[in-house]
Design a protein around this ligand. Structure first.
Ligand code: EPU
Length: 466
């Protein structure tokens, strides 16, 4: 299947852990075909939605060194490390141990600027630490997946409340302190945004005095961030009504951080196992962060067995349709809906996904319809399912999907529209009746570590062609 170009197995990840991400161009593609039931065991990597944030949080310390274990070698981390290099923050990677050692020390460059079109959404999280140290910061505008407008108005309003002047310079923001320090404040988030909560939590930890943040997101990765900052000496109280009280001060660094397993990767791999009618044990898949996902699997009659060190996912009986609404944690995560659409495509009857976090996260269904044996199997509607409250009601966003299963997939070529759609595309390809070519891989490799290698180890007929 490899053709004349280089296949994944010919590249040595030990030589350069980010090699695959960096080697991928617009010419690269994945080819996959019907693989039969996936079988075996696979290890989940550390989560990309925590690693970059703990790097930003560590920079809020006065000085010191932190060892971060279980880091995932994903493109997102490569982008964040490039930001660190630009700032003058020293770090050492140990690819064989999957460890990163970061020395916070003194940095003198206020530029948190990524290469255009090669950024992520992390630069803005460096704002608090860089402002606290240097009094000014130049911050790249966020990039990331095109799944909606993805405004950062809460980040900017929140930073202003801490006493920050902000000037829009086109492709970056120029930030400076009004006084000599960041000043503790109160900010009510209009919606529990993950990124804005992380940003303002980190900023509050290096401000002087008390801050109250209301309506915060409390995703597992954010709770980890709270724990890390607490261990570094910052006083943080969490309240059950989504309020965080932070007493900011000069603080040290926690010397050791373990990145938690990636719950999105675990769910994506679980769906590969289930949609292919296989039986796979996923080491590192954890019960608690997957509860809402497991609830849906139970309703669909998918098999799973929770053990101490992971979860076994297996085909048990024909799947039933289900209806889900994506919500902030602990609701059903938006990042799981794209792989989940593939499982729903294998169930009998009409399933639905009501997306309430991002306005435009269904573009991938148009791609999947290209290889569906019935081209109208996957439909997108602007209407909310009857009776459900929704902040997108009457907004005319195509935010509800209807999946009329069971759906067959055949040969064809599809594009990846965003990171999680990438894994949905792979999952559709390995259950298709013929060969599928998948293009536009950069987003997939920004968020998943070695997806092709992991699926191959479970018996998938899949190849990455660089
Ligand atoms: N929002 C605003 N203004 C803001 C911030 C957010 O209007 O200032 C809106 C967004 O437009 C969106 C909603 O609030 O409609 C939620 O956005 P949120 O800020 O929570 O998302 P994010 O921080 O940009 C992170 C993850 C996403 C994940 C979301 C929701 C990272 C790097 N990204 O994004 O992950 O989907 O939270 O859980 O942590 C992914 O991994 O594929 C991914 C997209």
């Amino acid at each position: 299947m490899a053709g004349e170009r280089t296949t994944y197995s010919e590249i040595s990840p030990e030589f350069d852990p980010f090699h695959t991400y960096e080697a991928i161009t617009e010419k690269s593609y994945i080819k996959a075909e019907h693989s039969g039931p996936l079988q075996g065991e696979v290890q989940v990597s550390g989560t990309k939605n925590m690693v970059s944030k703990v790097i930003a949080a560590s920079l809020s310390a006065d000085e010191g060194t932190v060892r971060i274990r279980n880091i995932p070698f994903v493109g997102d981390l490569a982008i964040t490390l490039a930001l660190c290099r630009r700032l003058g923050v020293n770090y050492q990677l140990d690819p064989s141990k999957k460890e990163l050692e970061l020395s916070v020390g003194d940095f003198t460059n206020p530029d948190v600027i990524s290469d255009p079109y090669h950024g992520n959404r992390v630069a803005i999280l460096f704002a608090g630490p860089v402002l606290a140290k240097l009094g000014r910061a130049n911050i790249s505008k966020p990039e990331g997946c095109q799944i909606g407008e993805r405004k950062i108005d809460y980040h900017l309003q929140g930073l202003k409340a801490f006493g920050v002047n902000i000037t829009d310079k086109g492709n970056y923001y120029s930030l400076s302190l009004k006084k000599t320090t960041l000043e503790g404040t109160r900010y009510d988030l209009p919606f529990p945004s993950v990124g804005a909560t992380e940003n303002l939590l980190i900023t509050a930890s290096c401000a002087e005095g008390v801050s109250i943040l209301n309506n915060c997101a409390l995703e597992p990765e954010i709770i980890e961030l709270v724990k890390i900052l607490q261990r570094s000496g910052v006083d943080i109280k969490t309240f059950p009504d989504r309020t965080l009280k932070i007493v900011g001060r000069k603080h040290g660094i926690t010397p050791l951080i373990d990145v938690i397993p990636d719950r999105v990767e675990a769910a994506s791999l679980a769906i590969a196992a289930l949609a292919s009618r296989g039986d796979v044990f996923i080491h590192g898949a954890q019960h608690e962060p997957l509860i809402s996902f497991l609830d849906v699997l139970q309703e669909m009659k998918a098999g799973f067995d929770i053990q101490d060190d992971g979860i076994r996912f297996y085909w048990r009986e024909p799947l039933k349709a289900a209806d889900i609404t994506t919500e902030v944690y602990p609701g059903f995560p938006t990042d799981f809906q794209q792989p989940m659409a593939i499982l729903m495509s294998q169930a009998e009857g009409r399933s639905s996904i009501h997306e309430t976090i991002f306005e435009e996260r269904f573009r991938y269904l148009d791609e999947l319809n290209k290889i569906a044996t019935l081209p109208t199997s996957l439909n997108i509607s602007t209407a909310c399912p009857a009776g459900l409250p929704c902040r997108f009601k009457d907004a005319n966003y195509k935010h509800t999907a209807y999946i009329n299963g069971p759906i067959g997939f055949g040969a064809g070529e599809i594009e990846i529209t965003d990171m999680r759609a990438g894994f949905a595309a792979i999952n559709a390809a390995i259950i298709s009746s013929a060969e599928v070519t998948i293009r536009n891989l950069k987003g997939l490799y920004r968020g998943y570590e070695n997806p092709v290698g992991k699926l191959k180890s479970l018996g998938a007929k899949i190849e990455l062609v660089i």
